[in-house]
Design a protein around this ligand. Structure first.
Ligand code: C2O
Ligand code: CU
Length: 488
């Protein structure tokens, strides 16, 4: 292991050079992929769909005979898949069965700030919280995870994460694979490192980007395989890793169809051979299987994307064999993919009333580290804005905005590539990237309760690479948020 220190941007960075990390050609794929169960729900008298989630600690055997201490929702590790329809009222009754305060944030969801589950909605150990809202956004693959300020990386790494799928009339009608766990597979990708039976989250920690594991798991399954029996398989990819970026594709470079991004469907499927996802991002891809074949969802080296950083820390080719797909000898025919998926609901920037600029530095955004009691930006309900986000910090960052799905207008002055043309809530900005985004804030106004924007490399977020914005009525002033992590 080589340790190198270098001065960059005034700060001292430590580079740990580790042995080569690559699992390509080395995975045994002998574990059947776990499919997170669909969460049970009931509909109460006023028509609200009610879910129950309990944060708890436990242990799980990732490797036979070795019990790893973990956290999970309604189980030992990860959480069930919540599912609701556009227009539905939902309520999630959350109990914190951990001995630490935490929160549950609905990543990608449009909802009132008080229900957002950010750092201001802490749930004390033994406490509960019951956020409720009306789902009002297109069908999408969203997710949920804790967001306690300063401890998000740790809480997610221990296993607190799950999917929240939204459906709508259009998704019900479109001929896309939609049998959950059969031809429509949740694929929650996380990198991991073990020290004996335990997770190793600190040992070879890369201080600059955060934790990088030496192998991957999907839905909490190491070396996973999935048997499939349909010609077309939809993979709902979520990068739930805390720092690692993946560039997904298949070893034979087959093209697949990208049908959705963070906030739902693209206008039309895009044929691609690779899809890069940084932490927090999602992509829905549809891949065609050949009868009897075995293929692998692989993450490829990313030197063409500025992933050189993480390769340097990995010291090797930084590639992973993530999930093996085993096709049956006879496959059920799938209908052809629709050529049009529908219209985007994200703003195009026309009539934007305000332009803001965000400079990403590991030490903070626009030169300021996160403070719970400071509102950084005040936006007017109903307004469309453009946000220009720049990273010239010498290391990779990404940028996530709560409450909205936005449109990418430009990447370094050019039109965005297909994977950035759908609804997005998180975008990857390798060093040397500037993006212009169009966002619209629908409210409701709440001058005292902020939403967050931040880097989703969780050690950066925890370290202060986060800011707060409130949505107000025109002319209204921001209130003073509580600076405390208030449990209730
Ligand atoms: Cu997925 Cu503010 O987070
Ligand atoms: Cu960052």
């Amino acid at each position: 292991v080589t340790v190198v220190a270098l001065a960059l941007g005034g700060g001292l960075l430590w580079l740990w050079q580790d042995a080569e990390i690559s699992t390509v050609g080395k995975e045994s794929f002998d574990n059947a992929l776990a499919i997170p169960p669909l969460a049970k729900s009931r509909v109460d008298k006023d028509g609200t769909r009610v879910f129950d989630l309990r944060m708890q600690s436990g242990e799980k055997e990732f490797k036979a005979g070795r019990a790893t201490p973990t956290w999970g929702f309604n189980g030992d590790h990860l959480g069930p898949t919540l599912r609701a329809k556009r227009g539905e009222k939902v309520r999630v009754r959350i109990r914190n069965g951990l001995d630490e305060a935490s929160t549950v944030h609905w990543h990608g969801m449009h909802l009132p700030a008080k229900m957002d589950g950010g750092p201001h909605q802490m749930i004390r150990p033994g406490g509960s919280w019951s956020p409720h809202w009306t789902v009002d956004q297109p069908a999408a693959t969203l997710w949920y995870h804790p967001h306690p300020h300063g401890a998000t990386e740790k809480h997610v790494q221990r296993g607190l994460a799950g999917l929240f799928l939204l459906d709508d009339k259009r998704s019900a009608r479109l001929a896309l694979p939609k049998k959950y766990g059969v031809d429509d597979l949740p694929v929650i990708v996380q990198d991991v490192r073990f020290d004996g039976a335990k997770f190793d989250h600190g040992h070879k920690m890369m201080r600059n980007v955060g934790f990088l594991g030496d192998r991957t798991m999907v839905n909490g399954t190491l070396a996973p395989y999935q048997e499939v029996g349909d010609e077309l398989i939809r993979l709902r990819l979520l990068n739930a890793s805390t720092a690692r970026t993946y560039d997904f594709g298949f070893p034979d470079d087959r093209a697949f169809s990208l049908v959705g991004t963070d906030g739902g469907a693209l206008e039309r499927p895009a044929r691609m051979q690779r899809i890069q996802l940084s932490p927090g991002e999602r992509a829905e891809i549809v891949v065609r299987m050949r009868p009897g074949e075995r293929t692998v969802l692989r993450s490829f080296p990313q030197d063409n994307y500025g992933g050189a950083w993480q390769q340097r820390f990995s010291g090797g080719d930084d590639a992973f064999d993530v999930l093996q797909l085993r096709a049956a000898e006879r496959l059920r025919p799938s209908p052809a993919l629709p050529s049009e998926l529908g219209e985007l609901e994200v703003p195009d920037g026309a009539g934007a009333s305000r332009a803001r600029f965000f400079d990403l530095k590991q030490s903070g955004i626009n030169g300021r580290a996160m403070r719970m009691d400071r509102i950084d930006e005040v936006v007017t309900r109903g307004a469309t804005e453009t946000w220009t986000v720049r990273n010239d910090n010498g290391m990779p960052h990404n940028f996530h905005v709560h409450d909205v799905q936005f449109r990418v207008l430009e990447v370094n002055g050019e039109a965005p590539p297909p994977e950035l043309r759908g609804p997005k809530d998180t975008v990857f900005l390798p060093n040397g990237t500037t993006m212009k985004l169009a966002l619209r804030f629908e409210g409701p106004a709440d001058p005292k309760t902020p939403y967050m924007y931040h880097c989703h490399l969780l050690s950066h977020e925890d370290g202060g690479m986060m800011g707060q914005f409130v949505v107000v009525e025109k002319g209204q002033k921001a209130g003073k948020p509580s600076g405390r992590h208030s449990g209730h």
